[in-house]
Design a binder for this molecule. Sequence first.
Ligand SMILES: [Zn+2]
Length: 151
Amino acid sequence: MRRNFLKLLGVSIFSLILLPYKFLHSASKKIINKNLTEEQKNILFNEGTERPFTSSLLHEKRDGFYHCANCDAKLFSSKSKYDSGTGWPSFTEALPGAFNTKIDYSLGMKRVEYHCAKCGAHHGHVFEDGPGENGMRFCNNGLCLIFKTTK
Ligand SMILES: [Zn+2]
């Protein structure tokens, strides 16, 4: 009984210690892929946005996974990709744990920004007007993604 209690306590203290670490960790974005272009860096690390209808991934329809251009983490399955007509690659859902989110008040409106859980790099914004069951639309900069086909 006492041991279980201590174990529980240990776990909670551990998570308390980890909490600020996790926060700092996710806040500190670092360049992992040394081959990123200036445009990619501007989006990934300064929360820039690529011009709509410019991404070569817009019409990508093959089966596979979309990875983070910076750290290579697997972020989306091609199964969740759809054509939203916005000009940016769009997805109804991300892979579990792929992203963290924060509220973004830039451009004078409240939006939910999301960034790679592994490296902290910015990817896009998530909106609540998606066509899927969960009603979500992940609006992702194509330059932040690398597509890898599974076929
Ligand atoms: Zn990443």
